[in-house]
Design a protein around this ligand. Structure first.
Ligand code: WTA
Length: 645
């Protein structure tokens, strides 16, 4: 690979930024050499504790034991709200920008605090107690943030389910963590269309007998099904609730939330995060990675249904007393200039989005960007998937006018907070590289046998030591937690990603090395799509792989074997696409379905996905060894019938 272009930190940026290169290096070194005192200092600086911890860390990755700030007591909503009231009570905590460009509202810290307390009291009245799980299935409206913070106020564990998930996906998640309360909205509104959230909840609850309360926010006023004993209107309940609610004193290791994410096998995993370490590291990364200066306006375009929304719309920004913009809509509604219109309207300084959005907008040309001044922008971030250098350059040149620093942030639902990223004033940029590790993060590249690889090389990306915002377990399945992350390479956390390290020590994430797809920055397990496909009674077997897609990063390619006697047809393809949408949601919609009379299997019956990936990607001259296949001729047949894309 040719030498990547370098964008050094300009001197004036280094001067203005919170950290310059030398400070970064000094802090980084300390974070590894004296982790206990380093993290203790950060925990003092960033958080307010009701009681100090007894022990900074108590970790043993080989046992899957991760504990930070044991014995310390704090409350997340107190840290995100109460402690800002005295100095900054009138500052905007949230700016809500609705789907239509003429809808927006600003909510001060004082107002948000009162609303969160009211909502917390409503939950209490409905019997929610510390440790109970509450499912949040909401559109991007301020009440989604209120619901999350209200849970943290009383020590309930939220499980936010992305509003684009289907009723069956919602049902599975409610059941898995035994949520007894669901907070939702009559409908969501996105890109001029409505999403029937309450109706979806209704369908999901047909098989969730333990749910005793559904709290519904009125967004559109649509008529919805109502069960008096179970259903509560948010606006009615809030009215009579007190705006004061003592924050529950939580232990640093008490569960904070569960967030489901896709793995390479089986059903989605409930990633469990706890209170102290998570809040510390999201607060700290927010401040340093986005170089947040007091009073700035910050906008992350993610949905609160994903970890990016949790950590960088809600917890990181609010813990810092920042103003966080919550956007209900989509990048291209009413037109492709929407992001930049919103940036100008609210004078956004820091903007954080996904490569897929950048690529989609790139396809619409420069005109919609150049219509707006974007003068307020200072920092541009990306997350969710590798950003190709072309998209990076476009972001830098067209959106940022070559004036803004770009932070390409690599992290995962499991890591809770950003792990590898540039810092605006400290780290020179290379388009396409997430650059260098954050404090306390020690990446390592290993080969498939676990040998540690040194210097400039490719490898499987591991993190060698536990960090405060690391997931603690998979809810209800610690063994799966161990097997997924900690036993591949004993004593290390395995990320599931491949990476390259260059001669400057920069990391270049090359993508997943397991069967997890990344569709428009959304994680999707191939097994989940396969399970949906085989529900059709004409489908005998299905194998799903990813293939490169210009806008989405990866697309979904399905090989489908029909049962004897079933005839392939365009009609049937459509049925299968609809089935996957119905089972999982629109994000899992297959891009390609290819009929496969046979799948390439080893003699022991294992599907050789490597070959399926090559066929989908059209890398036909490089199929590798096919001699171990039970029936090598199926490969020729697959190639011959390759779907045209
Ligand atoms: C991928 C999203 C390259 C990666 C925060 C990871 C990235 C998965 C980047 C986690 C990045 C995320 N560059 N790849 N900057 N950020 N990824 O759990 O494959 O939804 O393992 O968390 O997204 O996705 P998740």
């Amino acid at each position: 690979m040719s030498e990547a272009k370098l964008y050094p930190v300009p001197a004036e940026v280094a001067d203005y930024a919170l950290l310059n290169r030398e400070q970064y290096e000094r802090m980084y070194r300390r974070s590894l050499e004296e982790p206990e005192s380093f993290w203790a200092e950060q925990a003092e600086e960033f958080l307010t504790w009701f009681r100090k911890w007894d022990r900074v860390s108590n970790n043993d990755l080989s046992k899957g034991q991760i504990r930070w700030f044991e014995g310390g007591k704090l409350n997340v909503s107190y840290n995100c709200l109460d402690r800002h009231l005295e100095q900054n009570g009138e500052r905007a905590a949230l700016i809500w920008e609705g789907d239509e460009p003429d809808q927006s509202k600003t909510i001060s810290y004082r107002e948000l605090h009162a609303e969160v307390c009211r909502c917390a009291n409503v939950l209490k009245e409905r019997g929610v107690r510390k440790g109970d799980r509450v499912c949040v299935y909401m559109p991007m409206i301020p009440e989604a943030v209120v619901a999350m913070l209200a849970c943290t106020r009383i020590g309930a564990v939220h499980s936010v389910v992305f509003g684009g998930f289907s009723p069956s996906a919602l049902r599975d998640r409610i059941q898995d963590s035994d949520c007894q309360v669901v907070i939702t909205s009559d409908e969501g509104v996105r890109g001029g269309r409505t999403v029937p959230l309450k109706e979806n909840v209704e369908k999901a609850l047909a098989e969730c007998p333990n749910v005793h309360t559904v709290l519904t926010v009125r967004r559109t006023g649509k008529d919805v099904t109502w069960v008096d004993s179970r259903d509560v209107w948010y606006h009615e309940a809030i009215q009579s609730a007190s705006a004061e609610c003592e924050p529950e004193q939580m232990d640093a290791e008490d569960p904070l939330f569960i967030l489901y994410t896709s793995g390479s096998t089986g059903k989605p995993k409930g990633v469990l995060h706890t209170t102290g370490g998570y809040l510390l590291q999201t607060a700290m990364t927010f401040k340093y990675v986005f170089d947040y200066h007091d009073g700035e306006i910050y906008w992350c375009t993610a949905d609160v249904g994903w970890v990016t929304g949790h950590s960088y719309i809600v917890y990181g920004p609010l813990a810092n007393g920042a103003t966080s913009l919550v956007f209900e809509g989509v990048p291209t509604y009413p037109d492709a200039g929407r992001f930049w219109q919103v940036v100008d309207k609210h004078k956004v300084n820091i903007f954080y989005t996904a490569p897929t959005a950048i690529r989609a907008l790139m396809g619409q040309g420069e005109e919609p960007v150049k219509q707006y001044s974007r003068q307020s922008l200072r920092i541009l971030g990306t997350v969710g998937e590798p950003i190709n250098p072309e998209a990076w350059e476009w972001y830098y040149r067209v959106v940022g006018d070559e004036r803004c620093r770009i932070v390409d942030t690599w992290w995962q639902t499991e890591t809770g907070a950003i792990m590898i990223s540039a810092l605006p004033g400290a780290i020179d940029l290379k388009p396409g590289s997430a650059t260098l590790p954050f404090f306390g993060v020690e990446p390592q590249l290993v080969d498939n046998d676990g040998n540690v690889l040194e210097g400039a090389t490719d490898g499987n990306l591991c993190l060698t030591r536990a960090w405060p915002s690391m997931m603690r377990t998979i809810y209800g399945d610690h063994e799966r937690f161990m097997n997924t992350y900690l036993t591949h390479y004993t004593g290390k956390y395995f990320t599931g990603d491949g990476a390259r390290r260059d001669a400057d020590g920069y990391y270049w994430i090359t993508g997943r090395v397991d069967d997890v797809l990344n569709i428009s920055g959304h994680r999707m397990g191939t097994a989940e799509v396969e399970s949906a496909l085989v529900l059709h009674d004409k489908v005998a077997e299905a194998a799903v792989v990813g293939f490169p897609h210009d806008v989405k990063g990866q697309g979904i390619y399905c090989y489908v074997t029909l049962v004897k006697g079933a005839e392939p047809s365009e009609e049937l393809k459509k049925e299968l696409v609809d089935l996957v949408r119905k089972e999982i949601g629109a994000i899992a919609k297959p891009d390609v379905i290819q009929w496969a009379p046979g799948l390439p299997k080893t003699r022991s019956g294992k599907i050789m996905r490597r070959i399926l990936r090559k066929v989908a990607t059209n890398e036909l001259d490089n199929l590798g060894d096919t001699s171990t296949l039970a029936d090598p001729s199926v490969v020729d047949e697959l190639i011959e019938n390759r779907a045209n894309r």
